[in-house]
Ligand binder design. Structure first.
Ligand code: HDD
Length: 714
């Protein structure tokens, strides 16, 4: 037995949670001899209170759950790094943005907003996109979303918004869904949410993967340079794999088949070395341009169109390591938009200002006290020295008698840093104002950008928006709420309102004489769309707002998955040809068969079945391929196998078949609907053809073949 002589030896010997300590111990380090039986008086006797091992284990278990996040409870995260590709020292003094190649460790967490911790990943919802940068100058958190605007303009409405969207309080239904009365009641009375609602009803709210989402800081922030000059800035994350979505029917099915779909996708991509990657970009708005737009930069329900201010890329984010422990890292990470470093500062956006209070406050309950910054995942890599002391779960053992400033007994330490020494000083913004509870007139246009968003979508995207409204409002039971929403939509686009109304079997109400605004009382306020004033910039369309118009910079199928439907007798060369071709592109072909184990090929070899028709489903794959083989009749007779094809067709995915399998496509229930122009149906009479595999892959880079949709619903 070691005799610990000094403090250092002791430090090294305790708290070994890294698995190198092979003996099971209590939390006090006492080795446990029997973890299977509690201490009893006789082998059939009563348990003894004395059993400290049992008591410790059960007590710890009883307290395993901590309160989930009030919003964004459901999420997944990963470690990685941020690397500067284009430094911007002229705009910011932030150290982590100064040099090409400089890498900063990060942890990113993606989330849904409304659902509980165990809810489905595929809810129609905003996705959180929060990144913690462990910079040498302290922690910087960029706590954004995958939608660049927000529902409300003032933080005072946040509790109302969240109460409205969460399950209804009397019966706790529905889980992780906005399609219910209280949400739409609130929204229909809050015209300021109209722009956000257009995004929420678009495919942005049902991403294919966390790796295929854009991210936005939402608010306008400030960058401040060494000369204390400031510009306004909007932060953007641009995914390397492009921005892609699933379709709503698919999302709902995935929610049943694999509610961990996004979590698993992120985890597996990192495990397979397909590291998710984004570019960080900034839209830079010089201080003197603050009032040059037909919207207010401080209004979080507005974007700055990329056509007016392009995005300048400054670096890249790469996620390359999964957490070791979900709870310790992903659950306990505590983000806060108020975690900024010198060179980054806030604006007076009233939503942002409220957030600056909320995040620390919420951690006090969620993480149990004021020392959550000491939890490993939250620790700054920059040294922390201050006079904050004590509190629940204090980890730091502060030495000495001095815990105040100024002091002489501690040699004056820790002392304040001058600005030249990296001390944070807030941007010296001039403010001269009356103290009022009011909203600026410049916040009153709630419809122009909602219209800009809708008009910038492709016909397919517009039709998805219409259907989403029909679904969501169709679930609303109170007719008056539906009608009120139609009234709001008619102020965005008459045709949109008309089409939604048809789905609801309702009539669009006449335009109000005094359209609603300010989000308070429908009766009181004046016009909700404002014309640009002289010299203000405004645009009718923004290509950047459409996902379909911006598929990806470089077409790729990296990390995509293809279902290969097999039965005994399948052509070995067809399967291997496709699997190899996909692998070369960084994608994966998965063999799916009537049962697990393996299928016997035409060459009498065995190919392992990764899934059975029962354990997987078309909605979990990006494309479906049916290889040539002798067992095709058996495949066609299998309802589950046919469902792979019908779902893939309905969800506009690529479907391929070679050799005699081509007949399966011509015999499928949807075959009458296939148009000659459908480039997503790839068939050939050849077997194991290279050019067929290449054509299949090229089609997959298109993601989906939306042109099918008008036929689908006729
Ligand atoms: Fe928030 C969590 C993003 C408005 C109050 N928020 C939270 C998370 C994200 C956002 C990504 C999860 C972070 C994580 O993964 O742990 N929130 C936003 C964005 C907003 C926004 C982009 C508007 C632009 N939030 C907002 C307002 C308030 C809050 C106006 C309150 C006044 N948000 C919270 C919170 C949460 C939170 C209650 C819950 C858990 C947490 O903070 O740590 O404090």
């Amino acid at each position: 037995m070691k005799n610990f002589q000094d403090e250092k030896q002791r430090d090294l010997s305790v708290n070994k949670s890294d698995g190198t300590n092979k003996f099971l111990t209590t939390d006090q380090g006492v080795r446990i001899n029997d973890d299977n039986n509690s201490l009893k008086a006789g082998e059939r006797g009563p348990s003894l209170l004395e059993d400290f091992i049992l008591r410790e284990k059960i007590t710890h278990f009883d307290h395993e759950r901590i309160p989930e996040r009030v919003v964004h409870a459901r999420g997944s995260g990963a470690h990685g790094f941020f690397e500067v590709t284009n430094p911007i020292p002229e705009l910011t003094k932030a150290g982590f943005l100064q040099e090409v190649g400089l890498k900063t460790p990060v942890f990113a967490r993606f989330s849904t907003v409304a659902g509980s911790r165990g809810s489905t990943d595929l809810a129609r919802d905003v996705r959180g996109f929060a990144v913690k940068f462990y910079t040498q100058e302290g922690v910087f958190d960029l706590v954004g979303n995958n939608i660049p605007v927000f529902f409300i303009q003032d933080a005072s409405k946040f509790p109302d918004l969240v109460h409205a969207v969460k399950p209804e309080p009397h019966n706790e239904m529905p889980q992780a869904a906005s399609a219910h009365d209280t949400f739409w009641d609130f929204i229909s009375l809050m015209p300021e949410s109209t722009h956000m609602i257009m995004w929420l009803m678009s495919d942005r709210a049902i991403p294919r993967s966390y790796r295929m989402m854009e991210g936005f800081g939402v608010h306008t922030f400030r960058l401040v340079n060494a000369a204390e000059e400031s510009v306004f800035v909007k932060f953007h994350w641009k995914p390397k794999l492009g921005t892609h979505a699933v379709v709503w029917d698919e999302a709902q099915k995935i929610s049943g088949k694999n509610p961990d779909f996004h979590r698993q996708d992120l985890w597996e991509a990192i495990e397979m070395g397909n590291f998710p990657e984004w570019e960080l970009g900034v839209q830079i708005i010089p201080a003197e341009d603050e009032h040059n737009y037909d919207f207010d930069l401080l209004d979080p329900t507005k974007i700055v169109p990329e056509e007016l201010v392009p995005v300048t890329v400054v670096g890249r984010l790469v996620l390359n390591k999964n957490p070791d422990n979900f709870f310790s890292e992903t659950e306990q990470i505590a983000f806060h938009p108020g975690h900024v470093v010198p060179g980054i500062d806030f604006t007076n956006d009233p939503l942002l200002q409220g957030r600056l209070f909320s995040y620390t406050d919420t951690q006090l309950t969620r993480l149990g006290g004021p020392n959550f910054h000491e939890i490993p995942i939250n620790r700054s890599v920059a040294p922390v020295h201050n006079n904050q002391r004590d509190g629940f779960m204090r980890q730091e053992i502060n030495k000495g008698r001095v815990s105040y400033h100024p002091n002489s007994l501690g040699g004056g330490c820790p002392y304040q840093a001058k600005i030249s020494e990296g001390g944070f000083s807030s941007f010296n913004e001039r403010i001269e104002a009356h103290k009022v509870r009011e909203r600026s007139e410049s916040f009153t246009d709630h419809f122009s950008q909602a219209r800009l968003f809708f008009n910038s979508q492709t016909p397919e995207e517009k039709s998805h928006i219409v259907k989403a409204f029909r679904f969501e409002l169709g679930k609303v039971e109170t007719t008056a709420i539906r009608v009120r929403m139609l009234g709001l939509l008619s102020q965005v686009d008459a045709e949109l309102a008309e089409k939604v109304a048809i789905g609801l079997g309702a009539t669009v109400p006449p335009a109000p004489e005094t359209p609603m605004n300010k989000g308070v009382s429908p009766e009181t306020e004046e016009e909700g769309t404002q014309e640009p004033k002289d010299g203000q910039q405004s645009i009718p369309l923004s290509e950047a707002l459409s996902m379909i118009k911006n598929p990806t910079n470089s077409p790729t199928i990296e990390s995509r998955k293809v279902a290969i439907l097999c039965t005994d007798g399948v052509s070995e060369s067809s399967v291997m040809n496709m699997k190899d071709a996909l692998k070369k592109q960084g994608a994966k072909g998965c063999v799916i068969a009537p049962h697990l184990g393996s299928v016997l090929t035409d060459n009498d070899t065995a190919i392992a079945a990764e899934f059975s028709f029962l354990t997987a489903s078309s909605v979990l794959f990006d494309a479906v391929y049916v290889p040539h083989g002798l067992g095709l009749n058996a495949l066609m007779a299998n309802e589950d196998a046919i469902e792979y094809l019908t779902d893939a067709y309905k969800h506009c995915k690529v479907i391929g078949a070679d050799g005699e399998a081509a007949e399966i496509i011509s015999g499928a229930p949807f075959s009458q609907k296939i148009s000659n122009a459908d480039a997503g149906i790839i068939v050939t009479s050849e077997i194991a053809s290279q050019s067929f595999a290449q054509e299949f892959i090229a089609a997959m880079t298109m993601h989906r073949f939306w042109q099918r949709e008008p036929n689908l619903y006729n």
